[in-house]
Design a binder for this molecule. Structure first.
Ligand SMILES: NC(=O)c1ccc[n+]([C@@H]2O[C@H](COP(=O)([O-])OP(=O)(O)OC[C@H]3O[C@@H](n4cnc5c(N)ncnc54)[C@H](OP(=O)(O)O)[C@@H]3O)[C@@H](O)[C@H]2O)c1
Length: 239
């Protein structure tokens, strides 16, 4: 299997999605990128940032509900995608009493939409690789995030079951980030507090994740792999 040349990135406008978009555009052999996110404005800004790269770029503003998913399939079918990266997700709190609609939105963003996107795009990939994003901390979950973690547990099961179903032409794996970064709004000492929970002593940021992505894309014997990129955080008692 040669290096990917036509990638679809769903969740491209997020922190990791934007870094992955830039990284894939810099990889040798990448000919075309299809960037998917909800905000046309954010997609345009991202596309402008990588406009100097050798590959062509197309944006699809979509929230991945029914008609948007059909539109996405039509947009990528002529592109012969050989790489699908789905970073979309919503790390949201759902304490007891959360309304049913909110649970459904979070399940949709973290599990249902990735599942539907795979069903829409995998038949167009002959051959290719799919990379999903789970969460290394499902074994050390934060209180109040049960819906998010349940959905992310579903991502690991998706990878394990689809690895059989999609083989041998398509490989599917997942990266499991731990605590890679904290939002600026989290406060001045947030990074130090979270870093104290990581055995390696710091928050890794996107660099280690991009290296791990390359490994999943380039190693032709990997499918069904769940790769934590967490500095050991998921193995720390009480983390
Ligand atoms: N960053 C971390 O430390 C960390 C840790 C563990 C796991 N992860 C996982 O890694 C992935 C990427 O994380 P991140 O930090 O880059 O997240 P992020 O910055 O919040 O980005 C999330 C992306 O998902 C998209 N999205 C959310 N709901 C959507 C919907 N209904 N339809 C279409 N797109 C939707 C967002 O689009 P909009 O721009 O339109 O909102 C955005 O592009 C996520 O799956 C996350 O759960 C991250």
């Amino acid at each position: 299997m040669s290096a990917p040349s036509s990638a679809v990135i769903i969740g491209a406008t997020g922190i990791l999605g934007a870094a992955i978009t830039q990284h894939l555009s810099d990889r040798g052999g990448m000919g075309h990128l299809t960037l998917v996110g909800r905000s046309a404005h954010k997609l345009d800004s991202l596309a402008a940032m990588i406009s100097g790269a050798d590959c062509t770029v197309e944006t699809v503003a979509a929230d991945l509900t029914g008609t948007d998913l059909n539109r996405l399939s039509r947009a990528v079918e002529s592109r012969a995608p050989d790489c699908l990266v789905i970073t979309m997700g919503d790390h949201a709190r759902t304490p007891l009493g959360t309304a049913r609609d909110r649970h459904e939105e979070i399940l949709f963003a973290n599990l249902t939409a990735p599942l539907l996107a795979i069903h829409a795009i995998a038949p167009l990939m002959r051959p290719g690789t799919i990379t999903l994003f789970g969460d290394a901390m499902i074994s050390r979950p934060m209180t109040g995030y049960s819906t998010y973690y349940a959905a992310k547990a579903g991502i690991t099961t998706l990878v394990e079951t689809l690895a059989h179903e999609l083989a041998p032409l398509i490989r599917i794996n997942a990266l499991l980030p731990g605590i890679l970064n904290v939002k600026a709004s989290a406060g001045p000492d947030a990074e130090a507090r979270w870093a104290a929970r990581v055995p390696l002593g710091y928050l890794g940021g996107v660099g280690p994740l991009l290296k791990a992505l390359d490994h999943l894309l380039d190693n032709p014997y990997l499918t069904g792999a769940l790769l934590p990129v967490d500095g050991g955080a998921s193995h720390t008692p009480g983390a």
